[in-house]
Design a protein around this ligand. Structure first.
Ligand code: TYM
Length: 316
């Protein structure tokens, strides 16, 4: 039986945090063992926020390094950047032509930006169409993501159905894979962990950064258990282990934070060491990305050819 196809991506918009890891990246590593995998660096999506070439270049190399450091393996998976496969933007355009503005205006990311009275680029408005193209070009069955991407995968399914309805069966409908326990990893202020809230614990943090972040976790003094500390601690230890620890240190927030610091340090240290090794050979990282791009292009261009045929622009 052929393997199911998995595709997922991360924006090269800064250092990944433990929310990205537990919500999505950890699944990438586990699932590469029994799926045909495509792991993307979605640089064209990130252009909505990163508009400095030097920063963009560095972020792309950094994220590729991160992917390799957590254990994504180019012998098992295709690791590539979106901009190496121009079919993504091409297909996004075709999706634009079958999608209405009111439909896209219902997207959470757009509505949030609008509520905050941000200046909204067409690229941000259109973001879900490019993401639909990312997924549908590879006939992905499964898309491991955090809960914040659920709507994007639903839009992808709607778009596939719409295209299939107009032009005939072309795209497979993908499923989001969201693990309930880590669907929304909380940050040090109790809101969703997010770079834009400045409430993250970076995945490859130095020991001093871990100490600083954990000591800054917002606690309230209403009960014996500091909720925001516990929520993060749950990522690193079983609830049974925590029950004992939190009973032992009931009401002692400093001791609980210190225990959390030790657990996070023990978890991050080997990842950070591995990352340093990978980062030593930038040439090898670039080579993996380049080859990954070539492989991805092969698959995407065959699909795109079929799409051009379906819409009637392929004449020779
Ligand atoms: P991005 O770059 O914002 O985040 C990468 C992944 O991390 C997950 N995540 C979280 N999970 C749990 N708790 C959190 N606090 C948390 N914060 C982030 C995200 O859900 C995501 O899985 N639109 C996507 C990138 C993308 C993509 C794709 C993903 C573009 N094309 C195709 C899958 C398939 C994004 O901005 O993720």
């Amino acid at each position: 039986m052929s393997k199911k196809i998995l595709l997922s991506g991360i924006q090269p918009s800064g250092k990944p945090h433990i929310g990205n890891y537990f919500g999505a990246m950890k699944q990438f590593v586990e699932m590469q063992e029994n799926h045909e995998c495509y792991f993307m660096i979605v640089d064209y999506h990130a252009l909505n926020t990163i508009q400095d070439a030097k920063v963009m270049r560095q972020n792309i190399v950094d994220l590729a390094t991160d992917y390799l450091a957590i254990g994504l393996d180019p012998r098992k998976s295709v690791i590539f950047k979106q901009s190496d496969v121009s079919e993504h933007t091409e297909l996004a355009w075709i999706f634009d032509t079958i999608t209405t503005m009111p439909y896209l205006a219902r997207a959470h990311a757009y509505k949030d930006a609008e509520a905050k009275e941000k200046e909204i680029s067409v690229g941000l408005f259109n973001y879900p169409m490019l993401m639909a193209a990312d997924i549908l070009l590879y006939d992905a069955d499964v898309v491991p993501v955090g809960a914040d991407q659920k709507q994007h995968v639903e839009i992808t399914r709607d778009t596939a159905q719409k295209f299939n309805h107009i032009y005939g069966e072309t795209f497979k409908l993908p499923e989001a894979k969201i693990l309930p326990d880590v669907a929304v990893v909380l940050g040090i202020d109790g809101r969703k962990m997010s770079k834009s809230y400045g409430n993250t614990i970076p995945l490859f943090a130095e020991d001093s950064e871990i100490e600083k972040a954990v000591m800054a976790i917002v606690t309230d003094s209403s009960g014996g258990v500091p909720k925001n500390v516990y929520e993060i601690h749950k990522l690193f230890r079983s609830e049974a282990e925590l029950a004992e620890l939190y009973k032992q240190h009931e009401g002692k927030y400093k001791a609980l934070k210190e225990a959390l610091i030790e657990d996070i340090k023990a978890f991050i240290r080997p990842l950070r060491e591995k990352r340093k090794e990978v980062a030593d050979d930038v040439g090898a990282v670039l080579d993996i990305l380049k080859k990954g791009g070539e492989k991805a292009k092969e698959k995407a261009s065959a699909k795109m050819d079929a799409v051009r045929e379906k819409v009637g622009v392929k004449l020779y």
